[in-house]
Ligand binder design. Structure first.
Ligand code: RB5
Length: 141
């Protein structure tokens, strides 16, 4: 899978772990930044990841800020982006099965590394169920 990934300064440590994890599992990762601990503005990176998906250059995106909240707000302003903020495995799986989420948002100051990687692994491996869930997604426009 081609995955675009972005973060702000609150998510950069976790982003490094996730990139290594995804690469080790055979995924192609496009890191749009940020690339240092300097303070940056999370919408800039959310917008870049969403642009990659909407242009068809990436199949999915992962966004990490301190809480994941700002990234999810910014990403969900884009039409056809369905960003899910997940703190545990069940919602990560359901966000794929029922919501066909195409962006996963995580809180770098919320999650430990092993839980975050567990969430990422489940999210990238879980397929959309379709059926009645497709109708509901279509209703979102
Ligand atoms: C940055 O300090 C912090 O506000 C940001 O990482 C994120 O948590 C916003 O939602």
């Amino acid at each position: 899978m081609h995955i675009a990934i972005g973060c702000d300064h609150g998510g950069i440590a976790l982003k490094r772990e996730i990139i290594a994890f995804l690469s080790n599992h055979g995924h192609l990762v496009n890191d749009v930044g940020c690339h240092s601990e300097d303070s940056v503005d999370y919408p800039d990176f959310a917008n870049q990841v969403c642009a990659e998906i909407l242009a068809g250059r990436s199949d999915a995106g992962i966004l990490i800020c301190g809480t994941g909240i700002g990234m999810s707000m910014a990403a969900n302003r884009h039409r056809h982006i369905r960003a899910a903020l997940c703190h545990e495995a069940f919602t990560a799986r359901m966000s794929r099965e029922h919501n066909n989420a195409n962006v996963l948002c995580l809180g770098g100051r919320v999650l430990g590394v092993s839980l975050a990687l567990d969430i990422v692994g489940i999210w990238v491996e879980t397929a959309f169920t379709g059926g009645r869930h497709q109708r509901r997604i279509a209703l979102m426009g």
